[in-house]
Structures are given as C-alpha cells and as structure tokens.
Design a protein around this ligand. Sequence first.
Ligand code: ATP
Length: 220
Amino acid sequence: MTATSPPPGPLALFGGTFDPIHLGHLRTAFELMQALKLSEVRFLPTGNPPHRQGTLADAEQRLALVRAAVADQPGFTVDDREVRRTGLSYSVDTLSELRAENPGRPICLLLGMDAFLGLPSWHRWQEILQLAHVVVAHRPGWKAPTQGPLGEAMIDRGTGSIRDLHAQPAGRIFVHAVTQLEISSTELRQLIAGGGDPRYLVPDSVRSLLPQLGCYARRQ
Ligand code: ATP
C-alpha cells in the first residue's frame, strides 16, 4: 500500500465444508459483498477432519470445486490454509492468523443463521468476536436469538450500521437478509449419487468439474 492509496475495505471470510459449493453459498456471499461494500470475500474450505469420514469429497476436491466456482467473480478469492493444515483446525486459530496478517483491517466473518446459532459451541467463541465482526445472513425459518449468550452478545455488539463494520476492525454483529435459495449440500450429494443433474443448483464450472473429480457419484 502506498501513502496515497486508501486503506483496504473489509476482508470477509466465508468458511464451510462446501461439500459441494452451490449457488446458495455464492449468492449469499455476492449479496453481502455488494450490500456491505466488502472489498474481498475469501472462501475458506475446511480441511479433512482427522479420524472421521465427515465429508464425501476430500479436501482437495472440495477446494478445486470452490476455486472453479469463484474464478469469474472479481473480489472472490480462495484461501487453502485449512486444507493444508494437518490436524484439527479451529476457526479462532485461523482468525488469529488472519488478524496478524491484516492488522487494523476490518475482518467480517460471514455466517448463515444456522451456523450463528451454533457459535457458542465453537472453540473459544468469545475470542472470535474480538478478532472479527460477525455478519449473519438470514435463512428462512431462523430467528435471531434474544436470550442466552448470543442474545446478550446481540445486545452488546449488535449494529445496523454498515459504517461500524468499516470503521472498526472487529467486535460487531450485523444481521442482513439475503435472497433465500434453499439449496443444501446434503441434498446435492444425494441428487448426484442418485444419478441426477445438479444443473441450475451449482455454477456450470462446478457442474462440469464434478464428473472429472468423480466425487459424490455412487461407485458402480
Ligand atoms: P450441508 O448440507 O453439507 O450441511 P451446508 O451448505 O449447510 O452443507 P456448509 O457448506 O458448511 O454447510 O455451509 C457454509 C456456510 O454457508 C454456513 O455459514 C451456512 O450457514 C451457509 N449456507 C449453507 N447453505 C446456504 C444457503 N442455501 N444459503 C445461504 N447460506 C448457506
């Protein structure tokens, strides 16, 4: 950065298993990027959970699908650090690394409401709010919590101001409605295993890569 260039806008992180990535993920990230004036949305596929067959495609395959999905969208990037890491990876550790790499820059962690409601079960979740803002995308049927630790966090940290997300590096919670596309990775895996075509549920770049990678199709 030169002395005259403006400070970079918020870096947004969108983590997930992405098994596989679909248009629900992409549309949510795109609408949040536009509405919140985010300068970058970085997709962070999770690594393979050790000692557990947690996903049907391995981390390299899921990473390849995410790369193909975001390739044509300026501002969308991919971070493979969790895929490269061996052993358990916690979001708080990834966020600590990114905070150290981006001192002073606003960081927004993008979560669906279902993921947000599970936040108190995350390792050292309170620290996450010291490292980043949390931006919650509405999904149908989910209500913002008003009680318990998340209800309290909403009272202390909730904001309706996009300016707060740009002015402060971390610490606010912002809830934003996005177009609801009820696509789920679980249903996509079932569809493909049953010989179905995921057209119009995933980007064409992902659809054409799936047969090459051979993931999700039932072995003959
Ligand atoms: P699965 O069906 O395998 O549980 P998932 O799509 O719910 O998959 P992830 O890939 O881990 O799970 O989701 C990553 C993030 O995307 C989470 O924050 C989740 O809330 C959000 N998300 C998942 N599906 C949608 C959707 N259709 N629209 C908007 N956000 C979504």
